[in-house]
Design a protein around this ligand. Structure first.
Ligand code: XMP
Length: 517
């Protein structure tokens, strides 16, 4: 069986915010795509024998000092599609002329075909595209002809069909270019001759083979958090090596309602994995007793978590376990590999910290090549329940950053009960997978006066937070229906003792953050 990653597309990254999107679109067409910094070595870029190359956009101008250039070895014999800056880099490298455009073009534009050609074949003569550029092609390199034009760009698309080199001034990878995927399809199948052999199922067979090859008869340890990535990594390893896998799950006491039980039930019960469940609740509560400052909470939790996990790891290492598996996924890999010169957006990672230096394991990272949606498909194919595969993100420090002020068992239980009601009602309204990207409750360090029956109450205030977002870097508050909010508020005040007031957070990010701490 051939590797489903071979014969795909290498995406050369010049620093565009859309580079990952190019790879995702290609994979949606069942062709494997991988992203490389523009200055990666030829051996790295060609490791899976790509059939074609896509040069991404980027923030530079090709004539600027230090501007990233097209790799020289790429100039011969390979099908290439340059997108925006990638098209300009291609033009510059092959002797054409790029110049600042009199009018910069940002946003929607119309282009029309001037020539039939394999790249735009079967696409409408006039189509809407998404532009975002200052420079434009003044004169294409020798052998190239204009394929499409916009009002502002005589070469909105150009190509040399003989050498299979193409460039587009617009972004085919974004949703605002409605026929962009068709254009990519033409490039993949008609220009490069790729085969549609990439799929989550093909990935599973290949991953199982690779894992077995890497670990042989050895045992592998994996930290399960209850989150999607480690869960899918666990299910995949379980399929590959079964009893050689041992999972460690640390219950910090800061998880949501029924979560620790669910982890044990799914992984030990349904998936039949070796699972060591460590209940460290007392330790966490003890160490958090006097800590209320958000950063201090994170530090205490991070350290205690590593210490607890390290104890287990040390024990397993003494039994001869040499491998540590992690649920690293492709966006983590691309971000940490991006060339320092071109990466303009750097996501801050919240969960820093590693095992102490005396603990050395070889890493197994079976999901390194997958995007989040692919991780979910693999999880579903491996039989994980929807509640795990479609789980919303949950911060590493858990409910500690949603329990403002003192962290006590009693307050955590209150928060858990209210949060569960909110989740339950969102689920019933069909708004957990659609309509909210993340939704949760926050217990505030504030009391307010209320009245219940004939009694005056003086109890705690709870905030509901629900946001919509694509990337969690910016977010808007979800416009939940009033009736849904009314029901949630009513149930919480009636069912959860000690909360007598519920508010809804209507702050976007920025200026707010998604979490409250
Ligand atoms: P903020 O609050 O920064 O959150 O807007 C953005 C996303 O990151 C999650 N988050 C964390 N995740 N450890 C994590 O693993 C953390 O300390 C942490 N803080 C925030 C948050 O839930 C949201 O999805």
């Amino acid at each position: 069986m051939t590797d489903p990653r071979s014969g795909g597309i290498a995406v050369i990254d010049f620093g565009s915010q859309y580079t990952q999107l190019i790879a995702r679109r290609v994979r949606e067409l069942n062709v494997y795509a991988e992203v490389f910094p523009y200055d990666a070595s030829r051996e790295k870029i060609t490791a899976h024998n790509p059939r074609g190359y896509i040069l991404s956009g980027g923030p530079n101008s090709v004539y600027e000092e230090g501007a990233p250039q097209m790799p020289r070895w790429l100039m011969k014999d390979f099908p290439v599609l340059g997108v925006c800056y990638g098209m300009q880099a291609l033009t510059h490298a092959l002797g054409g002329i790029v110049a600042p455009s009199e009018e910069r073009e940002f946003g929607p534009a119309q282009i029309h075909h001037t020539q039939d050609n394999p790249l735009l074949h079967n696409l409408p003569d006039n189509m809407q595209v998404w532009m975002s550029h200052g420079d434009r092609i003044e004169q294409p390199p020798e052998g190239f002809i204009g394929l499409a034009a916009s009002d502002n760009s005589p070469y909105a698309a150009m190509g040399d069909p003989v050498r299979k080199l193409y460039g587009v001034q617009f972004h085919p990878e974004v949703a605002h270019t409605p026929h962009g995927k068709d254009l990519l399809r033409n490039f993949l199948f008609d220009v490069c001759g790729c085969e549609p052999k990439w799929s989550p199922l093909a990935f599973i067979d290949e991953a199982v083979r690779t894992i077995r090859e890497q670990v042989g008869e050895e045992r592998v340890m994996l930290a399960l958090s209850g989150g999607v990535d480690s869960a899918v990594a666990g299910a995949l390893l379980n399929k590959a090596i079964g009893s050689q896998l041992v999972c460690v799950f640390v219950n910090t006491g800061l998880l949501r309602k029924d979560e620790p039980e669910q982890v044990v039930q799914v992984f030990r019960g349904e998936q039949g994995m070796n699972l060591i469940a460590v209940d460290a609740t007392e330790d966490f509560l003890d160490q958090l007793k006097t800590v209320t400052e958000p950063e201090a909470k994170r530090k205490v939790i991070g350290k205690l978590f590593i210490d607890t996990f390290a104890n287990q790891a040390r024990e397993l290492a003494s039994e001869g376990v040499k491998f540590l598996a992690q649920g690293t996924i492709y966006p983590d890999v691309i971000e940490s590999a991006a060339s320092s010169k071109t990466a303009h957006v750097i996501k801050s990672h919240h969960n820093v910290g590693g095992l102490p230096p005396d603990l050395k394991f070889q890493l197994v990272e079976p999901l390194r090549d997958l995007f989040k949606d692919e991780v979910r498909s693999v999880g579903t194919a491996l039989g994980l329940p929807e509640s795990i595969v479609w789980r919303q993100p949950f911060p590493g420090p858990g409910l500690a950053v949603r329990c403002l002020g003192d962290i006590t068992w009693e307050r955590l239980e209150k928060l858990r009960a209210a949060d569960a009601i909110f989740t339950d009602e969102l689920g019933k309204a069909g708004m957990l997978r659609q309509g909210t990207s993340q939704a949760f409750a926050v217990l505030l360090p504030v009391k307010s006066v209320g009245v219940m029956g004939d009694y005056r109450t003086y109890e705690e205030v709870l905030a509901l937070r629900a946001v919509t977002t694509d990337d969690f870097m910016t977010a808007d508050w979800a416009r939940l229906p009033y009736d849904l909010l009314a029901k949630v508020s009513n149930r919480i005040v009636n069912e959860v003792r000690g909360i007598n007031r519920v508010t809804y957070d209507i702050t976007s990010k920025p200026p707010g953050t998604i979490e409250w701490e």
